[in-house]
Design a protein around this ligand. Sequence first.
Ligand SMILES: Cc1cc2nc3c(=O)[nH]c(=O)nc-3n(C[C@H](O)[C@H](O)[C@H](O)COP(=O)(O)OP(=O)(O)OC[C@H]3O[C@@H](n4cnc5c(N)ncnc54)[C@H](O)[C@@H]3O)c2cc1C
Length: 373
Amino acid sequence: MNRADVVIAGGGVVGCAIAFALASEGHAVALLERDAIGAHASRVAAGMLTPLAGERDELPLGLESLALFPAWVAELTEQSGIDPGLVLSGVLRVAHGEAAAEPLRARAARHAAHGLEWLDAAAARAREPGLAPELSGALWSPREGHVGAQRLTAACARAAAVRGARIEERTAVTELRREGARVVGVRTPRGDWSAGWVVLATGPWAGAEAGALGLPWAPPVEPLRGQIVALRPARPALAAIAWDEAVYLVPRPDGRVLAGATEERVGFDCRTTEAGVRGLVAAASALVPALAGAALAGAEAGLRPASPDGLPCIGRAPGLDGLLLAVGHHRHGILLSPLTARLVTDRVAGRPLPAAARAFAPARFAASGGRVC
Ligand SMILES: Cc1cc2nc3c(=O)[nH]c(=O)nc-3n(C[C@H](O)[C@H](O)[C@H](O)COP(=O)(O)OP(=O)(O)OC[C@H]3O[C@@H](n4cnc5c(N)ncnc54)[C@H](O)[C@@H]3O)c2cc1C
């Protein structure tokens, strides 16, 4: 029997960030990943860190997580030798027409203390001259940015290993080992583990796998496919993230511009489609016309771990002791990864959690949203 203080199932950005945090506090950690580290959404994600200018108007604990990034990325880079490429470039949310402009103008007013402001069309184009002229204005958020999602995940895993975590790829957790209502370890085809805590960081598989693993309750987490393309313009096409009603564009330091993303309920199918890629390229060129001449540098699809309210489930799994969930991060798994790692580490260490973490409590779905296995 293998032993660890904490066994983590799932080696996406969430599981790897948790492994690094726990190992840094001296816990004996084993991270078990069915495929390869960062093989799924955490490889494909655009890596935007946008708690204010993103889809939601202020993501709970999103600003706190964003604030962790500079020191966290510096520490990860030093420990792992992998630089995830953090860029606090700012975000321009472009509006076409009054119906799109009005809520963004209101958002700028609400979050003026964080530097958000409304720019008219001329001011927006002065900031990003590559934008197509047909725009009504833009919300400018100067302190948000992006990071390389794949490199971030790899850096977390490598840094966790440097600090003593065991990382086992090609190792699926097939069942929870239980003593009554207490989870005491896991089973895998490559051997059993005993552990004081088990953390499920299984992303979009959290709902579908719950019954097989032996959970009495399945978190309502489902796959939501997102396709994304990488364009390589001959010259830099923009400096900040540009985002309109049809597409977002993320200018990475390596010269690629990531253009995303579709939203498709197609189960666990993570193939790209001709229509998806074509739609993203057309929307990117409409927002920044110079991108029409860019080379297509790649197209990928990933499965977001979608939850009904768009927020993750982080904390104790209803009905079981010794089991923590860290799943359902939806569109924000990259942004929320350091904060999630902190919440799980605090929970394992018995430290109090911030009141705002209640928004992520798995039990909020237990009465209505979850499925009884
Ligand atoms: C196109 C696209 C763009 C995105 N853009 C952004 C963005 O800009 N900003 C942002 O913050 N987020 C973004 N996201 C969302 C982000 O990618 C996810 O929220 C995040 O990657 C989820 O990480 P995870 O570790 O929970 O899941 P995953 O990366 O899916 O990792 C889960 C892992 O668990 C493993 N696993 C499953 N079951 C088992 C088992 N039984 N045993 C062992 N291992 C198991 C899987 O193999 C997988 O590797 C985007 C997503 C997509 C698809």
